[in-house]
Design a protein. Structure first.
Length: 396
């Protein structure tokens, strides 16, 4: 971005890929963290007089326009935060996009409609994606440039992330650079003890990161829905809690290989229903009632995990410890986050639901060294996988 600004962008059209994939509840944005994270790069460009065309996705529409996945609420919020009008084109590369881009003055911002409304964005066919990327690049025309600032999507080989960067002069935005710096610190020589807390619903989603982090970390604290498959692997009855039966053998192997690095809950909060007004109980993991579901870690576990975090030199946290969206099951996540805030460790929150939890539970954002905007992207980076959206910039 510095290079591009040094070249001068006044009057030039700049296509910015942002990650504005925010959670919505009946059309209302429940956490605008990703929109706010996109502001510094957009402001630097508009202040330098660029005509900014933002592309982004929302959710996973099926490659066709769908009002449920419209970026309309995002455009409104982005405009409020920028303090200027953000015009939303009603299509991606069609007539509305063209006329919206034509109408931009210096320092203006337009947003194209959900990039995933066009099936070519996520196509596995290089030719299809390439053709779509050419249409995107044509919107900014000769003299245009591309800024990749959607860190949360750099692990996707998609037209607006990857292919377009092969067609236009391509630059990393400030958010992408900041995120990479933090993750490189974690992957390099983090201060010890290095403690990773992982939650979320599925072990299968986290398996690759667990495998690659285990040799590097001192402690791996497990919570969230995925802890129940681990508890089942230890031979415990888990009632009606979430279970990935086909992962039990893998969990057994990980537990056997990890020595005492993997810590599992000692107690959990169980409920007779998945709802905010269910009957609940905190029980030891050996006492989970049949037909009840575990929906959070319990207070004993929160204390034990807190004691480990208090001693940590570096912490990476990804995935809530329980169903924090429902008040009776939010305490585990709140306690874990609070322990991280209270520790002196260099602490990174790995995007997605955990970043949303920090904000929804009103925890102080500045209590963490960094809150990543990338869920899957930060995990794939830590797994050591190549990130197509970064590789293409390095080659550019
Ligand atoms: C995310 O929410 O992690 C990013 O916006 C990427 O979304 P995706 O997993 O649908 O590609």
């Amino acid at each position: 971005l510095d290079d591009l600004l040094a070249e001068g962008v006044a009057g030039r059209r700049v296509l910015v890929r942002a990650d504005l994939n925010v959670p919505l509840d009946s059309g209302t944005i429940t956490d605008d963290g990703r929109i706010r994270a996109s502001l510094p790069t957009l402001r630097r460009l508009t202040e330098a007089g660029a005509r900014v065309v933002v592309t982004a996705h929302l959710g996973r529409p099926k490659g066709a326009p769908d009002p449920k996945f419209s970026l309309r609420p995002v455009a409104t919020r982005l405009g409020e935060l920028l303090g200027s009008n953000v015009t939303l084109a009603s299509d991606v590369v069609g007539d509305s996009a063209k006329s919206t881009v034509d109408g931009l003055g210096d320092g203006d911002v337009a947003l194209l409609e959900n990039i995933r409304f066009d099936p070519r964005e996520t196509s596995k066919d290089d030719g299809e994606r390439g053709a779509f990327a050419r249409e995107l690049a044509a919107l900014v025309g000769d003299g245009g440039a591309f800024v990749s600032d959607g860190f949360g999507v750099v692990h996707r080989k998609q037209a607006s992330v990857y292919d377009v960067a092969t067609l236009l002069p391509a630059h990393a935005g400030g958010l992408v650079l900041a995120e990479l710096e933090v993750l490189r610190r974690l992957a390099g020589t983090p201060d010890r003890p290095y403690v990773v807390a992982l939650g979320g619903s599925k072990v299968s989603d986290k398996l690759a990161v667990i495998e690659s982090l285990l040799p590097k970390v001192d402690r791996l604290l497990v919570g969230g829905g995925m802890c129940f498959t681990f508890l089942a692997a230890e031979g415990l009855g888990i009632g009606d809690s979430l279970l990935e039966a086909d992962m039990i053998d893998t969990c057994k192997r990980l537990l056997a290989e990890s020595g005492d690095k993997i810590m599992l809950p000692a107690d959990v909060v169980i409920a007779d229903d998945f709802s905010a007004d269910a009957n609940t109980q905190s029980v030891l993991v050996a006492e989970i009632r049949e037909q009840w579901k575990g929906l959070d870690i319990g207070p004993i576990t929160a204390d034990r995990y807190g004691a480990v975090l208090a001693e940590a030199g570096t912490v990476f946290w990804n995935g809530p410890m329980g169903v924090f969206e429902l008040a009776p099951f939010a305490e585990g996540t709140r306690a874990l986050a609070r322990s991280i805030v209270d520790s002196d460790a260099y602490s990174v929150v790995g995007g997605g639901d955990s970043a949303a939890a920090v904000r929804v539970l009103n925890l102080p954002e500045d209590g963490f060294s960094h809150i990543s905007t990338g869920g899957g992207a930060s995990l794939e980076f830590l797994e050591g996988k190549p990130l197509p959206g970064i590789e293409v910039l390095e080659r550019s």
